[in-house]
Design a protein around this ligand. Structure first.
Ligand SMILES: [Zn+2]
Length: 311
């Protein structure tokens, strides 16, 4: 696809107040992707504003700024679309989207991923006193927040089809564009579980991957079922076990090295003195089961955000 045609398509779609007009792909995703749109509408409703200012030094170190983003009201972003407009102006009709991908233009994680962190962290707040409490709950909730942000990106992928949508996705998501067989795994999960159970199960699998568990064992699966009720993805039937393992492999594969680095620094930043391995050395399923009512409510609210009617 020519950059010229892409920019024209974006221009046609950019007339909605919730669209960040100079972020690459924003208009296209807002119009074509119901999950992207839902997260955007929610964050705007929460009075967050996208800004070109960067008071938290977000662009120098995203992780270090995350807590301040969560407690603030602003989302710093780079107006990266201007570079595309300039490229096109200099050589009209010659540049393609493939050419642009070679340039490694900076992308905006604040357009979707960080919004998910903010939304999830607010869903999980119980009361002021335990909001900053250390210990296992902080670790579990940080990982659940991360799992939610990841799963939002994965489910967004179900709506990414055209070249323009794929290009837009590359500039707004950590999760790389999923292949047809990868999307098929998610679709199969939805088919056998129903949307709600599929989302909850896959969030819990993603959570396990954030605990760096190589393979989710039977006792953890049983505890997950005690938490959310029966899920075909947690059953021991051969076909469903195969599907779960494939989905889990996909979740582990996409972000593990990055996750280990970020995880260890994030927890150290909250004064956890042990290694990441030790910090994560508890069973997330058991922990959630001990606080079932709270975690079920959190999961239900997360599901509501991802479930788009008539999928
Ligand atoms: Zn994240």
């Amino acid at each position: 696809m020519r950059l010229k045609d892409y920019l024209e398509l974006e221009k046609k779609l950019k007339h909605h107040p919730n669209i960040v007009k100079d972020n690459i792909g924003d208009a296209i995703l807002y119009h074509s992707n119901p999950i992207f749109r839902c997260i955007r509408d929610r964050i705007v409703k929460m009075d967050f504003q996208f800004t070109l200012e960067d008071p938290y030094q977000y662009f120098s170190c995203k992780l270090n700024a995350l807590d301040r983003l969560k407690s603030g009201r602003i989302l710093p972003y780079l107006p990266n679309r201007k570079a595309l407009v300039d490229l096109e102006r200099k050589s009209p009709g010659l540049i393609t989207l493939k050419d642009v991908n070679l340039l490694r233009i900076n992308w905006n994680a604040t357009s979707l991923h960080e919004c998910c962190h903010i939304i999830a962290s607010r869903l999980m707040v119980r009361n002021r006193s335990d909001q900053n409490s250390l210990g296992a709950q902080f670790v579990l909730n940080a990982n659940l927040e991360e799992a939610f942000a990841d799963i939002i990106e994965y489910f967004c992928q179900l709506y990414i089809n055209t070249e323009a949508e794929k290009f837009s996705s590359n500039y707004n998501m950590y999760v790389q564009v999923l292949s047809y067989p990868e999307k098929k795994l998610l679709r199969e999960a939805i088919q056998i579980c129903g949307m709600e159970v599929a989302i909850k199960s896959i969030i819990l699998l993603c959570l396990s991957s954030h605990f760096l568990i190589a393979e989710v064992g039977t006792s953890m699966l049983k505890n997950f079922e005690k938490l959310i009720g029966p899920s075909p993805l947690f059953s021991s039937h051969v076909k469903q076990t195969q599907l779960r393992k494939k989905i889990y492999k996909m979740l582990l594969f996409q972000i593990t090295p990055f996750r280990i680095g970020v995880g260890s620094v994030y927890f150290k930043g909250h004064r956890y003195k042990s290694s990441l391995k030790k910090t994560l050395n508890f069973d997330p399923a058991k922990f959630m089961l001990n606080d079932r009512e709270y975690y079920l409510r959190v999961l239900d609210q997360m599901v509501e955000l991802i479930t788009i009617p008539n999928y």
